[in-house]
Design a binder for this molecule. Structure first.
Ligand SMILES: [Zn+2]
Ligand SMILES: [Zn+2]
Length: 279
């Protein structure tokens, strides 16, 4: 299973200040293989254009939404991806409220939206088993359940294996947790049992912001450290689990190079726009 980071920034990055020659993060969004999009934010087409891949979303069949904040859920992006195409949108009922409020009832009715509650059991979405779990955050609507996702996919056996080697399909699992302060207990009780291979944790607040007011809805570096110590102490997840961060705020971090240095002793890799990982 492949994950492409389309954006790795929090909501304080300004797309109008984009300069290909200097460090930049778009709003957080990611693409699983070529067919599952996590968060249809406002910057994903900018990423595709800048990367010279205008066809990047042609094979997208399903879109899952973490929450309705503008940096993650942009109705015009949904309209472009879903209207007149067989693309399904999945998330909290709040997504449809926002689509109707911004695009109007007629356009919203053309979007194949599937309201799914948070659940301890997975949904079958395309070729994936997806757990839609509560995050500790608040979207645009008071009654919205914001979400973390566990995504399980199967890597097909390598057809080029030599004779006598039995091909085995490999089940892989990804955790994607933007945005959330900590992991709520109810969600943790599901996640901790799973053989997760790659964890994408949010890190809105870096070294310059240890006690930022956002700690009630986002992670700081101190919070990330505590979670990592606990994950490792009790050997949660798969033995090959790797940790990544995304959703870094422009004003609450220094440079990416500095962040790589800060996270290296923790065994964590900060993502950058365009980074591709094998889960
Ligand atoms: Zn955000
Ligand atoms: Zn948010």
């Amino acid at each position: 299973m492949k994950l492409t980071f389309l954006g790795t920034g929090a909501a304080d990055w300004d797309i109008n200040a984009y300069d290909p020659a200097s460090e930049f993060r778009r709003f957080s969004s990611a693409l699983v293989n070529d067919d599952l999009l996590i968060d249809p934010g406002p910057h994903i087409f900018h990423f595709a254009r800048s990367a010279g891949k205008p066809e990047l979303f042609d094979n997208v069949k399903n879109i899952i939404v973490t929450h309705t904040h503008n940096d993650h859920f942009w109705p015009d992006t949904v309209k472009l991806l879903c209207c007149g195409r067989s693309v399904k949108l999945w998330g909290d009922p709040a997504c449809m409220k926002k689509l109707k409020a911004t695009l109007g009832d007629e356009v919203a009715s053309k979007i194949d939206f599937n309201a799914i509650p948070v659940s301890r059991d997975p949904y079958r979405i395309g070729d994936y088993n997806i757990w839609s779990l509560r995050s500790n955050h608040q979207g645009d609507y008071w009654d919205e359940d914001t979400r973390l996702y566990l995504i399980e996919g199967v890597d097909l056996p390598d057809p080029s294996l030599p004779d006598g080697v039995l091909p085995v399909a490999d089940v892989r699992m990804l955790y994607y947790g933007c945005d959330s302060a900590w992991i709520p207990t109810q969600s943790w009780n599901v996640i901790k049992e799973k053989p997760v291979n790659a964890m994408v944790m949010e890190l809105t607040c870096g070294v310059p912001a240890p006690n930022d007011w956002r700690i009630f809805e986002h992670n700081t570096l101190e919070m990330l450290k505590l979670m990592l110590e606990t994950f490792r102490k009790y050997r949660y997840f798969s033995p090959d689990v790797r940790f990544y961060t995304s959703h870094m705020a422009r004003t609450l971090h220094s440079s990416h190079t500095q962040l790589v240095k800060e996270l290296e002793p923790l065994g964590v890799t900060p993502a950058f726009d365009g980074m591709v990982i094998d889960v």
